[in-house]
Design a protein around this ligand. Structure first.
Ligand SMILES: Cc1ncc(COP(=O)(O)O)c(C=O)c1O
Length: 367
């Protein structure tokens, strides 16, 4: 769901992207993104889905012969590995059991035993499993290696929970428009630390559209290198205004409360979390009770209530459903989805008392 303020702005007639009016919007966006990413450096904007910025974070950061360390604990961790492969970058995978967060010690060990690792690639929030990885601890470790940078895919992290890029020492922080930024898909973001920019200077991997150096130069002139998705930029200015009005802290607290309520509700219904130890505040992955088909449950959400929940991907297919609570969500949205879950589970034969989940959610949402 998107805020009406954003939708209305995006419906306005399209301006030309080399007009002063667009440059004014661009300038405001640059400041808003710095606030959101908590960095003094520029946040680059690309007209692409989030994966474009992920690809750029390989092709611009690494050089031929460099090695990477990839945290692979879900579909999006696997994507880092696939991008490395596409660029013929040798990578050391840390395979994390789905539903679990990476243990920072494993990263420490891998870096100690392999001095040619130039970049650590991870997610802040692994959307496919609902896990939050321990970014501050990982950043503490990577910081000690002058020749290694930390690249964090925060596509479902930015605007959901605190990720102060400069304060924690994250070197590359990536996001996309369609999650907590409350926009349609189509924009990708990448912010780089001073350390990461040095890696960009020497990178010799092929790149063209996702050329960070080129985009930085354009950004500083309040321009994009190529024709941008103008309506999305106009919407982005509005979304950033809304975020700044609510305040970063307010946004994080709202997400935390919605996530806590969702987790409490599903547990009250006798369901298990897929990521109980380190759940992300972006999405709650819930194990579907025995005898119930997760895919069918997901379909029924839409058929009966017009609610979109996600199913599990790959090895989690049919076993989990994922309930999102990031972006333009308020308390009653969660009450509604939990109520729908109760009605569907009841019809499908799961044993519990109606209202138990809603009650557990409400108790947290009222705090
Ligand atoms: C953590 C994470 N990384 C990467 C992506 C891929 O982003 P996109 O589909 O915008 O390319 C997603 C999309 O859901 C995501 O959640």
């Amino acid at each position: 769901m998107l805020p009406p303020e954003v939708l209305l702005k995006m419906a306005e007639p399209i301006m030309h992207h080399r007009e002063p009016e667009f440059e004014k919007i661009f300038a405001e966006i640059r400041e808003g993104l710095k606030y959101l990413f908590q960095t003094k450096n520029e946040v680059l904007i690309f007209t692409s889905s989030g994966t474009g910025a992920m690809e750029g974070a390989v092709s611009n950061i690494l050089s031929k012969g460099d090695k990477a360390l990839v945290v692979r604990g879900g579909k999006f961790g696997e994507r880092w590995a696939e991008i490395c492969k596409a660029y013929e970058i040798e990578f050391v995978p840390i395979d994390v059991e789905w539903g679990k967060a990476v243990n920072p010690e494993q990263i420490q060990k891998a870096l100690e035993s392999n001095h040619s690792i130039r970049a650590v690639y991870t997610q802040a929030s692994e959307t496919s499993t609902g896990v939050r990885h321990p970014i501050p601890e990982i950043a503490e470790i990577v910081k000690r290696y002058e020749e290694t940078v930390l690249v964090v895919d925060a596509i479902t992290g930015i605007g959901v929970f605190n990720l102060p890029m400069d304060a924690w020492g994250i070197d590359v922080l990536i996001s996309g428009s369609q999650k907590a930024l409350m926009l349609p898909p189509g924009l990708a973001f990448a912010a780089l630390s001073d350390k990461a920019w040095k890696f960009v200077e020497r990178s010799d991997l092929p790149k063209y559209y996702f050329d960070f150096k080129k985009e930085l130069k354009s950004s500083k002139k309040n321009q994009s290198s190529y024709t941008p998705a103008i309506s999305l930029f106009v919407g982005l200015r509005e979304a950033l205004r809304l975020i700044q009005k609510e305040g970063r802290e307010g946004v994080f607290q709202r997400h935390e409360r919605l996530a806590m309520a969702t987790r409490a509700a599903v547990k009250a219904l006798g369901l298990e979390l897929y990521a109980p130890d380190s759940p992300s505040n972006a999405v709650t992955a819930v194990k579907v009770p025995g005898g119930i088909d997760g895919e069918r449950l997901k379909d029924l959400f839409f058929e009966k209530f017009g609610i979109t929940v996600a199913e599990g991907q790959d090895r989690a297919k049919g076993k989990i459903i994922r309930i999102a609570h990031l972006g333009y969500y308020e308390r009653l949205d969660m009450v509604m989805v939990i109520s729908a879950l109760e009605m569907l589970l009841k019809e499908m034969g799961h044993k519990f008392e109606l209202g138990t989940g809603v009650k557990a959610a409400e108790e947290i949402l009222m705090k």
